[in-house]
Design a protein around this ligand. Structure first.
Ligand code: SF4
Ligand code: SF4
Length: 94
């Protein structure tokens, strides 16, 4: 599953640097999660790091992006092979 930031977000900036997949960025109004990059922290941590640090508990599972553990591992492996957006030098679609 990818996670989702709701409009309860207070733009505290705490979650963005904690994401091991660079899936979190500041959107037009609040922070947002790129479902193509969120593995629910599978491959990196036992628990979603953004959920751990969010002070207002506004990061639920995204019902539009329900995925099995297996597909999350596949996504993790794809991301590892592709490198970070910075390494690729562009926001290339995966
Ligand atoms: S669950 Fe993990 S991978 Fe997904 S946005 Fe949060 S910190 Fe990033
Ligand atoms: S930690 Fe929570 S409140 Fe803070 S920017 Fe992230 S989603 Fe928003």
């Amino acid at each position: 599953m990818a996670l989702l930031i709701t409009d309860d977000c207070i733009n505290c900036d705490v979650c963005e640097p904690e994401c091991p997949n660079q899936a979190i960025s500041l959107g037009p109004v609040i922070y947002q999660i790129d479902p193509k990059r969120c593995t629910e922290c599978v491959g990196h941590f036992d628990e979603p790091q953004c959920v751990q640090v969010c002070p207002v508990a506004c990061i639920p599972v995204d019902p539009e992006h329900i995925e099995s553990k297996e597909s999350l591992w596949d996504k993790y492996r794809r991301l590892q092979a592709a490198g970070t957006p910075q390494e690729r030098g562009a926001d290339t679609a995966l």
